[in-house]
Write a protein that binds this ligand. Sequence first.
Ligand SMILES: [Zn+2]
Length: 324
Amino acid sequence: MKKIIGAIFTTFLMLSINQAFCWGFYAHGKINYYAVFLLPPEMMILYKPNISFLEEHATDPDKRRYAVPDEGPRHYIDIDYYGTYPYPLLPRNWKEAVEKYSEDSLVLHGIVPWHIQKMLYRLTEAFVKKDFAMIMKNSAEIGHYIADAHVPLHASSNHNGQLTNQKGIHGFWESRVPELIAEKEFDFFIGKANYINNPGNFIWARVLESAHAADSVLLIERQLTQDFADDKKYAFEERNGLVIKQYSSAFTIAYNKKLDNMVEKRMRQSIYAIASFWYTAWVNAGQPDLKSLANKKMTDEESLQFEQLNQSWKTGSRMIGREE
Ligand SMILES: [Zn+2]
């Protein structure tokens, strides 16, 4: 019995830790993984042999949140701080936004749309230098931030329903729904990557879609809760081989349906956007020939850095930045 209680407690702990991450580890990995299939052959030659790396390291920016204080704000923007949709008061250009609100204030409310543009620059530089490790690292990580920008609750100050008595909805939308339904029902085959002429406009458009959708994400959960008794909304069900209390399957399926498959649509859009940003960086770098990099491996030193990040995350340093 003690063992069981111990296991349940550990799992609660794990669940609350899991909920601190954007899209959940499962969805972030899948999104980067499927993005590879949208690339042209000239890029596929490098990305396909490294697809496991891109999947596995899709969550590195979340792991870094434990160790780096600046990391948190790169994953979201509390855009409702700047007025009402479509937030005309907020300059989309970083310098203009800094002049108007100060850098400290911008950072306080999240900087995801700007950070993605910085990551695009870094990835482009990595292609110019034909630096294998930096291409892989920046590809995996820009994938993370782009996927986060597609999550409605990453564009709302009510990011975990904490202002409306809906705590837990963050992990519910981005982890529980895809983990239960994606494998069986979601379709991840999505045409081709496209060149993005104006990456700033592109990513702001996605962030505004997210901000616009945040109300439905919250409202539909509230409405559905009225149709479900508490013991039907939550249930002890199996997750990763353990039985834990979580949103019940029935509630999760009903929510996904009422949302009109919004989670699947946002995952698909994330995949398309990521592949298109990778492709855009490569084109802007002058379409370097990647054949010579195809069989490259990380050096011991580079591998060690990834391992250190993983270890610092596993030892569970205190989470820095806002909790989700
Ligand atoms: Zn994140």
